[in-house]
Design a protein around this ligand. Structure first.
Ligand code: RUQ
Ligand code: CUA
Length: 688
């Protein structure tokens, strides 16, 4: 029997055990109320199982995930929303979606990207002159203290546009988006060091770091990779770009990273592939990148001493390229802060074991996972025992001497996570399985099929110094036949697997209609302490300080005109918007300063204005500002978009934008326009 996770489910599990007896002892009259096929009314569990064709294992699985109303999930999973550019919060084991956090993409419900502050935030990550409205979010990283999630901050990356964002877990909102001008993409972000000193962001596609264009044939000489170390200022809860630095790398595809911890604290391990330096056909008959990049048997694990790099970056040996402090490759070699270790073949995941002593690397085109010993790596670095140098002069350590061993894994091993019992779990993309293996004797113990094409996996705390174990989510790229058909674009499939027992058990399939989610981290719910409201009233969501413009009570609500600028100080409270009539002239600049003056939990109001693309989410206590030019005359109702109270439908008002050609405000009122398109008398002589 698998381990129950609380007293409540222990009872539930006892119930499940009794199911085979058809009459569950201790379950009243053996009847229970459920919905679904065969469960429209009351039925015994045995009848239900029969009607719905459920096995005992199905019922056990259901009882392990079922979470009654009002009961909270034990774990929260922070998953990337892929192309949606947002992060997802999912309760485990219920697999209930709790939140989408708008990050790289506007999120209308949250008003994210609609008020002045979050509009500017979204733009801050966009290249000049462009507004990016999507992101390719890959790897969420929770902040850590001593190598364990501390529940304070979430970092996420956007692979497509080389951006990293900071989400504050006090209110689950995005606070900052940074972009490194020297990177063109960042598959290898975001990963944190054990005390969140740095957020690591590895590139992928090399390019000239200075932003210039070099012929693709000059790839070897002018294209370069890089890895960013974004300095995190914990007191300010912001990345400090001025204190951040990068290391220039050869033009390999630098990939995923993991920071060392405990035994390997101060070090960072970064995969690479395409050490062949293939750039595709080059338009002239070279092999395509796919095969060109897969010729070598080994690529290079980059072993970086980031503590030492930090010092070199602060010295005059660093250069400034496009505003970024960069340690040139030659300096990195000279200073001995970069070494390579061969890693088999087209490596994908790099994962440091909980004790920090070993590094597991799976090669997509290898059937093995390789376990490297940090102690041996360190010894070889210290004694300069090299097997050679790469074309850029970076010393290479001898592969055979720095590994502890290899685990015969299966087809297409990708990513590894760890549990609290000394097991490692590796996804097998081609096999569509997850392998559980013993870290002690490097042997696969069990494999469980998943559906299908698994990429990442997430074990609770599974990449920290203290994994919780218990649950594993298999993040499958394909769903194929798992759900009702919804056209050619199918959902992704998150599968919940119980790993607490001696053998793994598939519990639940969760379709995720958002693509393509990559990685997730799972943290104990109790470690996150979110605010219940913005306190005191009038707090700005981005500064987390009192907003200087916010009215704090309905008495402070007012309209002020200065030339053609109209400031509207507005308050929301169930069920009134104050002021509810706003009269301006076409061409005026309107500045709304809106506060939800309530402190009642969940008493969120919305504020929208017809046709002006204004839509704010006003959580209790929150203040927001929105500025726009009233360039369209007419009557525009505004209202609250949350069904907040019995009189929610009455919570609204009118914005009157008088056409420019009507001089006095009174004229328009006395002689109203007939319709928005044309206020003039019509051809048949009517009106006027
Ligand atoms: S990597 S599916 Cu985009 Cu995280 Cu392996
Ligand atoms: Cu406030 Cu509806």
């Amino acid at each position: 029997m698998n381990m129950p996770w609380n007293g409540r489910s222990r009872a539930a599990l006892a119930l499940a055990t009794g199911l085979a007896l058809a009459v569950a002892p201790g379950c009243g009259d053996g009847k229970t109320r459920v919905a679904g096929k065969g469960g429209g009314g009351s039925a015994s569990i045995a009848e239900l199982m029969k009607a719905r064709d459920l096995s005992e294992a199905d019922v056990v699985a259901a009882l392990k995930t079922y979470t009654p109303t009002g009961v909270k999930d034990e774990f929260l999973m922070f998953a990337s929303g892929g192309h949606g550019g947002n992060a997802l919060v999912i309760g485990v084991p219920s697999m209930r979606i709790l939140k989408y956090i708008g990050v790289f993409t506007p999120e209308p419900w949250q008003g994210y990207g609609f008020d002045d502050e979050t509009k500017a935030l979204l733009a801050s990550g966009s290249p000049e002159g462009k507004t990016l409205t999507w992101g390719d979010m890959h790897h969420p990283a929770l902040s850590e203290t001593d190598g364990v999630y501390d529940g304070q901050v979430l970092f996420v990356n956007d692979k497509a546009n080389a951006r990293v964002a900071v989400v504050d877990l006090q209110d689950f909102t995005t606070q900052q988006i940074v972009h490194s001008a020297i990177l063109r993409s960042d598959h290898g972000g975001a990963f944190v060091t054990p005390n969140t000193e740095y957020v690591i962001e590895g590139g992928q596609f090399p390019a000239p770091l200075d932003g210039s264009v070099a012929d693709i044939e000059k790839y070897d000489d002018f294209y370069r990779g890089a890895v960013m170390f974004w300095k995190f200022d914990r007191a300010k809860k912001r990345i400090d770009p001025a204190a951040s630095f990068a290391i220039e790398m050869p033009p390999y595809f630098q990939d995923l990273a993991d920071a060392g911890k405990l035994a390997s604290d101060g070090w960072c391990f970064l995969n690479s592939f395409n050490t062949e330096r293939s750039y595709g056909t080059g338009g002239a008959g070279l092999p395509p990148m796919e095969s060109g990049a897969s010729r070598n048997d080994m690529d290079y694990l980059h072993v970086i001493n980031w503590r030492q790099a930090e010092q070199v970056a602060a010295s005059d040996k660093a250069q400034v390229i496009q505003g970024v402090r960069v340690i040139p490759l030659g300096v990195a070699v000279e200073e001995g802060l970069l070494h390579f270790v061969p890693e088999p073949k087209s490596p994908h995941g790099v994962d440091v074991t909980p004790n920090g002593e070993e590094i597991c690397i799976a090669g997509k085109l290898s059937t093995q996972a390789t376990v490297f010993s940090f102690a041996r790596i360190k010894e070889h670095i210290d004694q300069k025992k090299y097997a050679g140098k790469d074309p850029y002069g970076v010393p290479i350590l001898p592969f055979k001497d720095v590994i502890r061993g290899q685990v015969e894994m299966g087809l297409g091993p990708l990513h590894t996570q760890f549990d609290d019992k000394g097991f490692a779990y590796t996804t097998l993309f081609i096999e569509s399985k997850i392998a559980r293996w013993s870290l002690k004797d490097l042997k696969v113990i069990e494999k469980i099929p998943v559906h299908y094409n698994v990429g990442h996996l997430s074990v609770a705390g599974g990449d920290t110094a203290k994994p919780d174990g218990r649950f594993l989510i298999s993040m499958n790229k394909w769903a194929i036949d798992r759900f009702a058909d919804v056209g050619p674009l199918l959902p992704q499939n998150f599968q919940l697997i119980d790993i607490a027992g001696d053998s793994m058990q598939l519990l639940y399939d969760m379709p995720l209609p958002l693509g393509e989610p990559h990685y997730a981290q799972m943290i104990k719910t109790e470690l996150i302490k979110p605010w219940e409201a913005y306190t005191p009233v009038g707090m700005n969501q981005l500064t987390h300080q009192p907003d200087p413009h916010a009215p704090k009570s309905a008495q402070e609500a007012r309209i002020e005109r200065n030339g053609d600028v109209v400031d509207v100080y507005m308050t929301l409270v169930r069920s009134t918007i104050t002021p509810d009539t706003i009269k301006v002239k076409e061409g005026d600049t309107l500045k709304f300063h809106v506060t939800n003056v309530e402190q009642t939990r969940d008493a969120t109001h919305g504020f929208c204005i017809a046709d002006y693309n204004v839509n704010l989410s006003m959580e209790p206590g929150k203040a927001a500002n929105v500025t726009f030019v009233a360039d369209r005359p007419g009557v525009f109702p505004f209202y609250c978009t949350e069904f907040c109270s019995a009189l929610h439908m009455e919570m609204g008002g009118f914005l009157l934008v008088e056409p420019k050609n009507e001089n006095a405000a009174g004229t328009a009122a006395a002689d109203p326009p007939r319709n928005r398109a044309d206020a003039k008398p019509s051809a048949d002589g009517e009106g006027g």
